[in-house]
Design a protein. Sequence first.
Length: 157
Amino acid sequence: MNPSSPSPAIPVVASLTVERVIRAPRSRVFAAFASVDELKQWFGPGECHVTDGEMRFESGGSYRLTMLTTDFGLADLVGEYREVVPDRRLVFTWRWTGNEAMEPWGEMLVTLELDDAPEGGTRLVLTHEGFLAPEIREGHEEGWDGSFEKLKRCHGR
């Protein structure tokens, strides 16, 4: 290999985009992402949930959420907040640690955008990028779908 050539990248399969309308103001929906106590109320599909965590919710800050997952047991979800624009936009890295089954999935990127929905409430658009295999993408899509159903129940239909 030529030393000036870039090293081969790990192939990324796909990203996913999830859109929802939450019948709550943007400030309320944004706040649902801003603390461990808030995330404990809704984050995780079905029986999966946040058990503990810590976060510094600001650009350049970091987070760690300990989650009890239904398929893999306990795992830590960690990352860094790259962009925090109150009530508008949130960009953060996403990486599973502390669980041999999930660690190989690598680091991903999540972008959350919030706008006023024409019919009232908040239009939420989430893009999750960097999946290394289709089944990882599918599992995360199910995770976001289930989480957002809980969010709707907690903060408005």
